[in-house]
Ligand binder design. Structure first.
Ligand code: SF4
Length: 286
């Protein structure tokens, strides 16, 4: 079969994830005879997590169990009480909260201290939202749809802010729904520009190729938002977590196959998938 496989030159992890990976690698290298714990997945990418665990990173969701070691704060950030607990338990803190998330935390803390009701557009259980709520004594309200408006006190002065990876449409919809209902509402669009930029680039990439193989964690909201958007422009788009999920029946003669990934997919995984398809081609498997 004659096909061509092309890597999306703009793919690779976002700045926040790149920074966190570098920080953890540096910390592992420093090897100060303390164990390094992260309270959940450092990034929503199983293979990269496995690689870091092989290098020595330990995952422990319950921060109260981490004592006399190092707590590595992931890009999603955590609430203030988590940090206080970790310090009380004699841990060193290495903070890899993405600067964009730290900015949202600061905004929330500031408005909360001035008596504003905090409204976050996002997913209640997402670790970033959980962390943000920790900057307003867990009294913020998370909304993701029209139905959630009933949770809001419309007479209170309010701050409306976004989870960094929420879709622009969702945020805009909530702004439109609330702006005439709440008299004093400050609006901060804290959606990460990287995600918006990548969404646009991916739509163009999807249009320019016959098939798209998109690599990303299936539990990653950023992966899901990106895939849902661009796959509308290319019905032959496939989301995989690793190379073993490739189905060679997806390909046809003369296909131009584009391989790309989400904000938490390192470039080595994208290159690996390209290689698997090309090797199968040269071994006449497809
Ligand atoms: S997607 Fe944006 S906000 Fe999230 S970690 Fe990456 S750079 Fe930071």
């Amino acid at each position: 079969m004659k096909i061509k496989v092309v890597i999306d030159k703009k793919s690779g992890v976002c700045g926040g994830v790149k920074r966190a990976i570098k920080m953890i690698e540096k910390e592992i290298e420093r090897n100060i005879e303390k164990e390094i714990f992260v309270n959940g997945e450092l990034l929503h990418n199983r293979l990269e997590m496995e690689r870091l665990v092989d290098c020595g990173l330990k995952v422990e969701e319950k921060v109260q169990k981490i004592k006399n070691n190092i707590l590595f704060i992931r890009t999603h950030g955590v609430g203030k009480k988590i940090i206080e607990l970790a310090v009380k338990n004699n841990n060193l803190i290495v903070d890899a909260t993405c600067p964009k998330v730290s900015n949202s935390q600061r905004i929330i803390e500031d408005y909360y201290s001035r008596g504003y009701q905090i409204i976050i557009v996002g997913k209640q259980n997402h670790p970033e939202v959980q962390g943000l709520l920790g900057f307003c004594d867990d009294k913020g309200i998370c909304v993701s749809d029209e139905i959630d408006i009933s949770k809001i006190y419309l007479k209170l002065k309010s701050l409306l802010i976004a989870q960094t990876t929420v879709s622009t449409e969702k945020f805009k919809k909530m702004v439109d729904l609330l702006k005439n209902k709440i008299k004093d509402m400050k609006i901060y669009n804290t959606i990460c520009p990287f995600v918006e930029k990548r969404e646009k680039e991916l739509i163009e990439f999807a249009k320019d190729h016959n098939v798209i193989i998109f690599i990303g964690g299936k539990n990653s909201s950023n992966t899901k938002v990106m895939f849902d958007k661009f796959s509308r422009f290319n019905k032959r788009s496939y989301l995989i977590e690793n190379k073993s999920e490739i189905d060679f029946n997806w390909f046809r003669e003369n296909d131009l196959i584009g391989v790309s990934g989400s904000a938490s997919t390192p470039i080595w995984q994208i290159e690996e998938v390209k290689k698997v398809i090309e090797n199968s081609l040269s071994n006449n498997k497809i």
